[in-house]
Write a protein that binds this ligand. Structure first.
Ligand code: PLP
Length: 382
């Protein structure tokens, strides 16, 4: 049997933290009630666990627990945000988003543009960043929503979400951010940043797959959101369906751990990322860093290797698990639309690999990855 590869694909998904799994287990076998059952103890205990988790999730973002709407993940949260706001607005309303967004934003935006709505997809710069000024200039009287991601899932570039949120608030337009890659990794205070809607996903922060949140800001101006799933009226009638209590408990614990470890973990990942990058540069030439050199996720390194096909490189080094482009975006791999939007040539796009470093990676693994990648690139360039 071959040894387990070194996992460097933490943007695609993360391993469930053992402490998260421990918290979840009793909710499969002992506390298995339906959180909506209000007539007996099984239901009360499940309901209490859901509300405790909701509180922990809200606490990580310094916001009110009432703002937390559980979904199946960030894809559903993004769909609910975009379709929910547009469907509740008059036909012909306008949405602004950007070319480097995840498909879980771009595809619902495309669907909306095929029906009664107007959609503007803004370009990004060579780092994958959106210019807030361009957003300001693209706002129209009928614009109801701006959706810009916090951190890019391929190149790790961070947008200036605080500035974009502030300008949207000033102009009376709702602002949504897909924070699937940054939530729990970088601090965010929703009490001081005027974000109206925010998506996150459990499996990106060492929690389980199949659970996510759409934060929907309570209060004035009120956000009108049309539910995309009708049923039992769960989650303030915004997302019907029996709540997956074990997954919610897991997400609550995952958020709690992020709160405890985020600052140290970000510093550690940054160090590991620099070690990987300088290690590769010491061994190889013809490397191009994709994404912003500083404004990027601590655990992200996206590199193009001159003269090498990313897929061939991946296939020739089974000892490490990375991704060429964005394996998590689709079941239908295409050349990266993000790198394309950044103006990266087709050749360098094909030559790119994404390294996603996470909580469980060690210095030894990074040093080994440098050796394996450098050797494989050397062989392919021969
Ligand atoms: C930025 C971003 N948005 C949305 C998603 C989709 O999240 P989920 O897998 O929870 O649906 C992902 C990852 O797949 C992502 O990286």
């Amino acid at each position: 049997m071959t040894a387990t590869p070194i996992y460097l694909d933490n943007h695609a998904t993360t391993r469930v933290d053992p402490r998260v799994l421990d918290a979840m287990l009793p909710y499969f076998s002992e506390i298995y009630g339906n959180a909506a059952s209000i007539s007996h103890r099984f239901g009360w205990d499940a309901g209490d666990a859901v509300e405790a988790a909701r509180g922990k999730i809200a606490e990580l973002f310094n916001t009110d627990a009432r703002n937390v709407i559980f979904t199946s993940g960030a894809t559903e949260a993004n769909n609910l945000a975009l379709k929910g706001v547009l469907h509740a607005a008059p036909p012909g309303s306008h949405l602004i988003t950007a070319a480097a967004e995840h498909k879980a934003v771009l595809d619902p935006a495309k669907r909306l543009s095929r029906s009664d709505y107007e959609v503007t997809v803004l370009p990004v710069d060579q780092y994958g960043m959106v210019d807030p000024q361009q957003i300001a200039e693209s706002l129209r009287p009928n614009t109801v929503l701006v959706s810009i991601m916090s951190a890019n899932n391929e190149v790790g570039t961070l947008n200036d979400i605080a500035e974009i949120a502030a300008l949207c608030r000033e102009r009376g337009v709702h602002f949504h951010t897909d924070a699937a890659q940054s939530a729990g990794k970088l601090p965010l205070d929703l009490s001081t940043t005027p974000i109206d809607l925010l998506s996150l996903s459990g499996h990106k922060i060492y929690g389980p797959k199949g659970i996510g949140v759409l934060f929907v800001r309570h209060g004035s101006p009120r956000i009108k959101l049309e539910p995309q799933l009708d049923g039992g009226g769960h989650e303030r009638h915004l997302r019907s369906g029996t709540l997956p209590v074990p997954l919610i408990v897991g997400l609550g614990r995952a958020c709690e751990l992020c709160g405890e470890t985020m600052v140290d973990e970000a510093a550690r990942l940054l160090e590991l990322r620099e070690r990987l990058w300088t290690g590769l540069q010491d061994r190889l030439d013809g490397l191009t860093l994709n994404g912003h050199p500083e404004q990027r996720l601590p655990g992200n390194l996206n590199v193009s290797f001159d003269g090498v096909e990313g897929d061939a490189l991946m296939n020739s080094m089974r000892e490490i698990a990375v991704s060429s482009g964005s394996a998590c975006t689709s079941a239908d791999p295409q050349p990266s639309h993000v790198l394309r939007a950044m103006g990266v040539s087709d050749a360098l796009t094909r030559a790119s690999l994404r390294f996603g470093l996470g909580r469980f990676n060690t210095t030894e693994e990074i040093d080994r990855a440098v050796e394996v990648v450098a050797d494989a690139v050397g062989r392919l360039r021969e």
